[in-house]
Structure formats: structure tokens, C-alpha cells
Design a protein around this ligand. Structure first.
Ligand SMILES: C[S@@+](CC[C@H](N)C(=O)[O-])C[C@H]1O[C@@H](n2cnc3c(N)ncnc32)[C@H](O)[C@@H]1O
Ligand code: SF4
Length: 382
């Protein structure tokens, strides 16, 4: 890791249909695509002027649904990055895809422009579940897309969500069977988050939809952990499993709180101790870029205390945790003691503290409790 290394994220905020659980910034209004493309290119040119010495190590096109975009669109964004940043040290280039928008031609094109990692939103192998949350693909379409992509790429992530309506042992076993047979190099298995203002939250509040009970979810989680381990996957982050040497390099930049820059509506950046987040309002984003302004709605110069808290928040998600040596290089002993002593006192069963600070199995299972504790420490000391 060189201090000039950088991860680049580009947000593509267009979807064909919104899924009922989704809180990510995206629109089904396709009429703004051209203006958005223009704005992205302008933002990349504007920001890159201040980053001439940076070496881009990873690129991630996420969404929304990047695979919904015409190939020319994706190519133009990539070319703008290429002519404004140093991409000669690029290690990983990921594009997020949805099953229904994958064709052989698109896979071939992605390969041609240098994409070497695919992340596909699968969510479930049950058509009943997929339909109930507004997904527009079936399991068979997902399988077909995966097979097409496998002919071009050896590094494919599939996203699953645990705890959707109608989830039970059988649906999870079917998901695991898919993973066992198709062997994606990476699996992200997220626990359904229904805390945000989404149609799902409304349907739950009005009792029009049911989710599995927490006890059942925790049994299913154990099943997933055991089976993925049996299939040879390593759980290297709370929600991420990989085959050997297939961890996501880009996401590790976030978890290690390294430097990254995000382009597009709602994208976040962390450069030095400066943290910024772009507006999540698409019209505001377009207007700001048009008038030559930066589209940020949040900017904060972190002090060392905030940097440490953020570094712990992100780093504890990784199974390897954070090495003390690394923390000592970045932060004073006094600051480390102020934060780590109460953490050790409150969470001795949840944390392992041998040369590095990391979550135990119990800590991984109850990570929410650990992060709430960390938040309390942050709030008491700020
Ligand atoms: C940014 S989304 C975009 C992925 C892609 N558009 C798709 O839906 O297939 C990335 C992943 O976040 C996960 N995700 C989205 N909303 C979620 C939620 N409410 N709870 C848990 N995971 C969620 C899904 O697994 C999804 O594939
Ligand atoms: S989950 Fe993916 S496809 Fe569904 S609305 Fe969110 S970003 Fe779009």
C-alpha cells in the first residue's frame, strides 16, 4: 500500500424498477441519463485536477444498476477516468450487474474495457421471494446470467439477502446449493435492513407483509456460516465470504479507512482526513455540476479522534481486525487508550486483543451490539 493509492467509486443511479427494500439512491426515470453522463464526466475532470499524484488501484461502478446502461455510456465514463487519472497501477475493476440486463455482448464488452470483477445482485433463488420484493428477474434468469458471466470472468461476486418475506430453511438451503454448485469466487450475504424509509417498512408497519422471526434468522445464519465454511469460503468480513485470493480489494479500501473518491449522486469520499458526501438529490447534483460547483452536501475535516472512531467502525468489520502497530502509527497512545480501554472493559467477550483488535465469533454474531458500544464511546468523548 502506497500513500498515493486510491480507490475510485462511480455511482450509476438508474434502475428499471425499484425493489421494495432498497434505500440506495436511484431513479426509474431514464430521461436524465445523458445529462447525468455529462455531469459525471465534468465531476471527474474537476476533482482529478487536485489528484495528479494519485495512483488508482481499484474502480467500482455501482448503483443503481450499471448494467442497465448502454455500453457506450460505460465506456465514456471509463475513458474519462483513464484520461484524467493514473490507471497504470489498476488491480481491480468491478461492475455491478442485475441478472435481467446481462447478455453475452455486454459481458464481452466489460472484459474488453478491462473489467476483471463482476458483482451480481442475486438476492435469492426463490421466485416467490424475488417477486414479493419487486425483483424483475427469476432464478433461472439469474442462473443464465451467472453462466454467461462465468465464460468471461473468474472473479464473480453474488449478493444474497437473508430474511426476506417467505424465507425459510428450504429457501436458504436452495441458495446454498446454488453457491455449492456454481462456486462464485465471492459471496456477500447481507442481513435484510428494514430500518430505512422504504415501501417495505410501510408494508411492515401496516402488517401487509411478514418477515421471519429473529430466532429463525439466527438459526439460518448459523446454517449459512457452517455451510459456506464447508464449501471452502473464508468469511473475511461480517457479510463477505471469498475463495482464496478473491477478497474484494475495493471494499477493503473502505474497511481499512484508506483513501477513496466517489463520483456521482450520493457518492462519498475520504481523502486525507477530509470526508465528503455528494448530495443524494439527482436534480441538485445535476444543477451544481452545471454551474461549476462541487456537489457535496456533507464535508468534514475529521480530527484524530473522529478518524480513530471511523477506522475502528470500519476495521472491526474485517475478520483480521486492525493491527495495533498500524493503529499506533496513525494515532497517539493517549488517544488509543481513551477509546480502547472502555471498549476492552465493556466488550471483553466480543473482542480479541492479541497484537490486533478484532471481533470474536460472538462479536461477529452480535456486531450491532459492538458498534452501538463504540458509538456510545464516540458520543461520550466528543
Ligand atoms: C447497491 S445494491 C445494488 C445492486 C443491484 N442493483 C441489484 O439490486 O442487484 C447492492 C446490494 O445491496 C444489498 N441490499 C440492498 N438493499 C438492502 C437492504 N435493505 N438490506 C440488505 N441488503 C440490501 C443487495 O444485496 C444488493 O445486491
Ligand atoms: S436493489 Fe438494486 S435494482 Fe433494486 S432498487 Fe436497489 S439498486 Fe435498484
Amino acid at each position: 500500500m502506497n500513500s498515493n493509492d486510491l480507490a475510485v467509486y462511480v455511482h450509476i443511479p438508474f434502475c428499471k424498477k425499484r425493489c421494495i427494500y432498497c434505500d440506495y439512491t436511484s431513479t426509474i426515470d431514464q430521461s436524465l441519463k445523458n445529462e447525468y453522463l455529462y455531469s459525471l464526466k465534468e465531476e471527474i475532470k474537476m476533482i482529478s485536477k487536485k489528484m495528479k499524484n494519485k495512483r488508482v488501484r481499484t474502480i467500482y461502478f455501482g448503483g443503481g444498476t450499471p448494467s442497465l446502461m448502454n455500453e457506450v455510456y460505460i465506456e465514456q465514463i471509463f475513458k474519462t477516468l483513464d484520461s484524467n487519472f493514473n490507471l497504470s497501477f489498476l488491480e481491480e475493476f468491478t461492475i455491478e450487474v442485475n441478472p435481467e440486463s446481462i447478455t453475452k455482448e455486454k459481458a464481452d464488452f466489460y472484459k474488453m474495457i478491462g473489467v476483471n470483477r463482476i458483482s451480481m445482485g442475486f438476492q435469492s433463488t426463490s421466485d416467490k421471494i424475488l417477486k414479493s420484493v419487486g425483483r424483475i428477474h427469476t432464478y433461472n434468469e439469474g442462473l443464465k446470467a451467472f453462466k454467461i458471466l462465468s465464460d468471461f470472468f473468474d472473479n464473480i461476486n453474488v449478493d444474497f439477502i437473508l430474511g426476506l418475506p417467505f424465507e425459510d430453511k428450504e429457501t436458504v438451503n436452495n441458495n446454498l446449493e446454488f453457491i455449492k454448485i456454481m462456486k462464485p469466487s465471492h459471496v456477500s450475504y447481507y442481513l435484510l435492513d428494514y430500518s430505512h424509509d422504504t415501501p417495505l417498512k410501510f408494508l411492515l408497519e401496516t402488517k401487509k407483509i411478514n418477515l421471519p422471526e429473529e430466532d429463525q434468522i439466527s438459526e439460518l445464519l448459523d446454517l449459512i456460516y457452517d455451510q459456506l465454511d464447508n464449501f471452502g469460503y473464508n468469511r473475511y468480513e461480517i457479510s463477505s465470504w471469498s475463495l482464496p485470493r478473491k477478497e474484494c480489494i475495493h471494499n477493503k479500501y473502505y474497511w481499512k479507512n484508506y483513501e477513496y473518491i466517489g463520483f456521482g449522486v450520493s457518492a462519498g469520499s475520504h481523502i486525507g482526513n477530509l470526508r465528503t458526501v455528494n448530495t443524494s438529490e439527482l436534480p441538485t447534483y445535476l444543477e451544481k455540476i452545471k454551474t461549476g460547483l462541487q456537489p457535496q452536501e456533507f464535508t468534514n475535516k475529521n480530527d484524530d479522534f473522529q478518524e480513530l472512531i471511523e477506522t475502528l467502525f470500519m476495521g472491526l468489520r474485517l475478520s483480521e481486525g486492525l493491527k495495533y502497530d498500524y493503529l499506533k502509527q496513525r494515532f497517539s497512545d493517549e488517544l488509543l487508550n481513551k477509546v480502547l480501554t472502555p471498549l476492552k472493559d465493556n466488550l471483553s467477550d466480543y473482542l480479541s486483543l492479541n497484537g490486533s483488535i478484532k471481533l470474536t465469533k460472538k462479536g461477529m454474531d452480535f456486531s450491532r451490539f459492538v458498534f452501538e458500544n463504540l458509538l456510545d464511546i464516540a458520543q461520550t468523548n466528543s
